[in-house]
Design a protein around this ligand. Structure first.
Ligand SMILES: NC(=O)c1ccc[n+]([C@@H]2O[C@H](COP(=O)([O-])OP(=O)(O)OC[C@H]3O[C@@H](n4cnc5c(N)ncnc54)[C@H](O)[C@@H]3O)[C@@H](O)[C@H]2O)c1
Length: 248
């Protein structure tokens, strides 16, 4: 049931981290991949890895918060194809600060990339999905968007916004056979979490019932489920991928 051959996925923020793992996991299941990232070098490196799996691959340089960039990238991704079948809105940033110290720039950049970026790319890609009456959209939120976190009001607001956006668009596009879901990852092992002192990591680990940080592949496998036929009857949901850290 997990065979994505003949299908194309566009993954934002695919130049490193979780986005790269998502691109490679979907490619391993047979999908061709368009890797969109503000960092072209990273996107090209991901595209090269996808090609080693025998899949077609294109690297697109663009900023998801810029609607003109997004429209150009989506047109490039669509060149010679009928449609993009899977969209994964993964690009995201943090600019942490306490509320009273947070600058306008810190607030605006996080909301623009994480939330407006998700809107820009979804609007651009869903046109071809609506025409072909098929699509799967997966938005990467965060447990922080559900439970909040001191010092991250911009990030929490953007990730909570993604959840509301996901549910509204899921209702709007369901009649066109387009499923829209969000994933809320918990602590995922990345360069950022690896750099933390061991006592801090241990304190974080104690909050996770499964007793370990997640990996990019853990998140990617949930994306794969939602894109495959296995996830065909799931829409408008927020799937936690957090080792049990937040139980709704
Ligand atoms: N790492 C975690 O523990 C964790 C937990 C929950 C949610 N998330 C979410 O998962 C996603 C990926 O996180 P990650 O840890 O892999 O991050 P990362 O910083 O390693 O990778 C993010 C990628 O997005 C790209 N990017 C940033 N701004 C962009 C823009 N404006 N346009 C296009 N691309 C842009 C970056 O160049 C980078 O390649 C993010 O949305 C993040 O909020 C991560």
């Amino acid at each position: 049931m997990v065979n994505l051959e003949g299908k194309t996925a566009l993954v934002t923020g695919a130049g490193q981290g979780i986005g790269r793992d998502i691109a490679l996991t979907l490619a391993s299941a047979g999908a061709d991949i368009a890797s969109l990232d503000v960092n072209l070098e990273g996107a090209e490196a991901t595209a090269a890895l996808v090609r080693t799996k025998g899949r077609k691959s294109v690297a697109l340089a663009g900023d998801v918060s810029n609607a003109a960039d997004v429209d150009r990238c989506v047109a490039e991704a669509l060149a010679g194809r009928e449609q993009i079948h899977f969209l994964v809105n993964n690009a995201g940033i943090t600019r942490d600060n306490l509320l009273l110290r947070m600058t306008d720039a810190e607030w605006e950049s996080v909301v623009s990339v994480n939330l407006t970026g998700t809107f820009n790319v979804t609007r651009a890609v869903s046109r071809s999905m609506i025409k072909r009456r098929f699509g799967r959209i997966v938005n990467i939120s965060s447990v922080i968007g559900i439970m909040g976190n001191a010092g991250q009001c911009n990030y929490a607001a953007s990730k909570a916004g993604i959840i509301g956006f996901t549910k509204a668009v899921a209702k709007e596009l369901a009649g066109r056979n387009i499923n829209v879901n969000a994933i809320a990852p918990g602590f995922i092992e990345t360069a950022m979490t690896r750099a933390l002192p061991e006592e801090r990591r241990e304190a974080m680990r104690r909050l996770i019932p499964l007793g370990r940080f997640g990996s990019g592949e853990d998140v990617a496998r949930v994306v794969l489920f939602l894109c495959s036929d296995l996830g065909g009857y799931v829409t408008g949901q927020v799937i936690h991928c957090d080792g049990g850290m937040v139980m709704a």
